[in-house]
Ligand binder design. Structure first.
Ligand SMILES: C[S@@+](CC[C@H](N)C(=O)[O-])C[C@H]1O[C@@H](n2cnc3c(N)ncnc32)[C@H](O)[C@@H]1O
Length: 299
């Protein structure tokens, strides 16, 4: 495990097989169940709420969830106060819900299904901003999950505040939990946790930039492929602190596949689900590229 955690001069994680392709398959209503062999190390294009029901129970060692945040941005365009340029916010259709009730139902259903496919000692990470993380925390607790920690991701290069009417929002929160209070023997790699967290004791605060530079996927016009692509470094920390090599990781909202991409580099297995065929295509393409990690403050 040591060798995979090390980052070489060019920013790539050293000593890894980076050329294995990823399988992709499209879910359909006729399909009732999947064996784990069929979906191992693949991205399934489909609705997570449907696909999860078809996966075998008590299968996964760790789950990473980066759900729609329901950011509720206004439909009018937002202009920066100082330079009057338009802000590129997250206004994707997949982030929209008619109400908080509808969002809560969606998250509740998802977390119910996820709990079914987690092994008894598995852990789950959910990341979101202040827009929804408190709701998600309540839903987790109502479903019987037991919260172990929250980890605060402090962005060293946050999007600046536009209108100067509130603080610049430079954080996201990750909730880390087990299935229930009695869960025993979950994985916690304390040396990694100490190394990643701030201060001598490695507290639950991670300082790192948002996804940028070479690792940000861009189309032929130079536009971001995915508005909320997560940094490789964030997934590296999640995976190294809470799994051993060979673990099986689930990501039901894969986006452009960051979780699987980093899992493969760290010798873990994965299953990803993503509803948008364009993101699935980009994930497949991304797996053909070597893994690049952007610089971090702590390295
Ligand atoms: C916050 S993004 C995840 C980004 C990802 N972590 C990455 O680094 O690229 C959430 C993703 O969930 C997908 N999504 C939304 N609803 C879904 C559903 N019902 N089933 C599967 N995927 C869904 C969206 O298309 C979007 O790509």
């Amino acid at each position: 495990m040591e060798k995979v955690a090390r980052v070489n001069d060019t920013g790539a994680i050293a000593g890894l097989s980076q050329s294995e392709p990823i399988k992709s398959l499209a879910d359909c209503d006729q399909r009732q169940v999947y064996t784990i062999e069929e979906v191992l190390n693949s991205v399934i294009q489909g609705d997570a709420l449907k696909v999860l029901k078809k996966l075998p129970e008590e299968t996964f060692d760790m789950v990473f969830i980066d759900p729609p945040y329901f950011l509720q941005l206004p439909s009018r365009s937002l202009k920066r106060w100082t330079v009057k340029t338009v802000v590129e916010g997250v206004d994707d259709e997949w982030d929209k819900f008619p109400s908080f009730e509808a969002y809560d139902r969606f998250i509740g259903e998802l977390l119910t299904q996820v709990k079914r496919v987690m092994k008894p000692n598995a852990t789950i990470w959910v990341i979101a901003t202040y827009h929804s993380i408190f709701r998600i925390g309540k839903i987790l607790q109502d479903l019987g999950y037991w919260i172990l920690n929250d980890v605060v991701w402090v962005k060293t290069n946050p999007m600046p505040n536009w209108l100067s009417v509130r603080f610049t929002n430079a954080t996201e929160t990750l909730i880390w939990a087990v299935k229930d209070r009695s869960a025993k023997g979950y994985v916690f790699n304390k040396e990694q946790a100490r190394q990643f967290g701030i201060g001598k004791v490695g507290a639950n605060v991670w300082m790192l930039p948002v996804c940028n530079g070479g690792e940000r996927l861009r189309d032929e016009m130079g536009r971001k492929v995915h508005s909320t692509q997560k940094p490789v470094e964030l997934l590296k920390r999640v995976i190294l602190t809470s799994t051993h090599e060979g673990a099986l990781i689930l990501d039901p909202f894969a986006g452009v596949g960051t979780t699987g991409y980093v899992a493969r580099a760290l010798n873990r297995n994965f299953v990803m689900i993503e509803i948008n065929p364009r993101y699935v295509e980009w994930t497949v393409k991304r797996f053909g590229q070597s893994l690049v990690i952007g610089a971090t403050e702590s390295e």
